[in-house]
Design a protein around this ligand. Sequence first.
Ligand SMILES: Nc1ncnc2c1ncn2[C@@H]1O[C@H](COP(=O)(O)OP(=O)(O)OP(=O)(O)O)[C@@H](O)[C@H]1O
Ligand SMILES: [Mg+2]
Length: 239
Amino acid sequence: MTDAAQGLVLDAVRAGYGDTVVLEGVSLTLAPAATLAVLGRNGVGKTTLLATIMGQTTLRGGSIRLDGREISSLPPYRRARLGIGFVPQEREIFRSLTVEENLDVASRPGRWTLERVYDFFPSLSERRRNRGNQLSGGEQQMLAIGRALMGNPSLMLMDEPLEGLAPVIVEAVLRGLDRLKREDDLALVLVEQHARIALEFTADAMVLDRGVVVYAGPSQPLLKEPDRLARLMGVARAH
Ligand SMILES: Nc1ncnc2c1ncn2[C@@H]1O[C@H](COP(=O)(O)OP(=O)(O)OP(=O)(O)O)[C@@H](O)[C@H]1O
Ligand SMILES: [Mg+2]
């Protein structure tokens, strides 16, 4: 892929926290509107990968390019302005602000507006005057996703958006994400513990084991070969 290529390119990225290196030589390519599942057991570095793309870790080597531009020395807010949206594992919505205020503070001009976010997540519309601390877990998750969309990203990183949600809420969030995939040209990176759901949702997948990529390729083969998936996800146990 040339420097002028559109989308996100990570090349041999080493990163971690201070002196601790978590990711060892991670490479990936994500075209515009592409979908990528990031799988792996607890603690293998999935969150660290998203945080590294966002600029929240210590980069020790390699490069990160967005639409051909090296972004690895830019602070997180500059990366956000270039079009990277982030839905963190802890959601991190403003609990003392209303739903609408949470959405408004994140707003940047573009195709995503309050109306469109409410159309995607109708329960947010019903709760627009409620404060963050009055929302259920599912509503908080929809708000975290809606807030990221209000920044009008070209690439969205989602860290376990289904974690801790009741099955009926998982369905509602998935409906929103499914529509997002069909009606927007956003690229999506989905970190998930629910491997099957993530693989069904995405075209491509990456499995991490202790900071190293042990699978990078299409999602479908892993769905069709559950034993292979289990092996990839369980590699850590063998050591
Ligand atoms: N702020 C931090 N400082 C130092 N080490 C950290 C920090 N955050 C995470 N780590 C370590 O980095 C490694 C990878 O953690 P990370 O949170 O990226 O894993 P994960 O795959 O997202 O796990 P989970 O599935 O539990 O969310 C772990 O060994 C973890 O202890
Ligand atoms: Mg994590």
